[in-house]
Design a protein around this ligand. Sequence first.
Ligand code: THU
Length: 179
Amino acid sequence: MTTITLPAIESGEVDLVTGGGKLRAPGYLLKEKSVQIDVEMAEQLVSAARSAADGAYAPFSRFHVGAAVIMKDDPGKRIFSGSNVENSSFGATICAERAAIASASAQGLRKISLLAVSTPETLDMPLSQRSPCGLCRQVIREFADEDTLIICDSGEEELLGDVLDIERLLPFGFRFAAQ
Ligand code: THU
């Protein structure tokens, strides 16, 4: 296990007084956080995500995405992978991350330990073009806890990927009050 430190994110709340009432820009505070990562497992997962992208069905966008996940509650520490499955009715498209998570969930697993996503066509692009979409972030959140890490593959030499936790990936993500 290797310890890595995720950076602090801090912004203060700001009240905006307008003619129509007050608006609030909420602040956000994430303290610097040390997390444990099994680097060998991370390497395997990124490589599994890259391989999964080969199986993407993406005739419309031609944008291939692969994802791979290891679940905390899986004693076998199996790798579940998925790729995007597009559809003629564009809205029916399934993203790679959700496909991988659905596959793990189907085995009764509910806690993501590590998830890797790979976008072979944009590995040299900014993180916004290599990281999970909003819908997938919310789905990751459902099965994430404070130890969950998300790795976005990168084409940069010597860089295994960008590492985020769910609070850094999805600030203010929705939570159903009953949970
Ligand atoms: N896609 C994913 O598989 N995951 C994401 O997080 C972003 C987008 C897919 C959906 C679609 O098939 C293609 O990439 C272009 O949006």
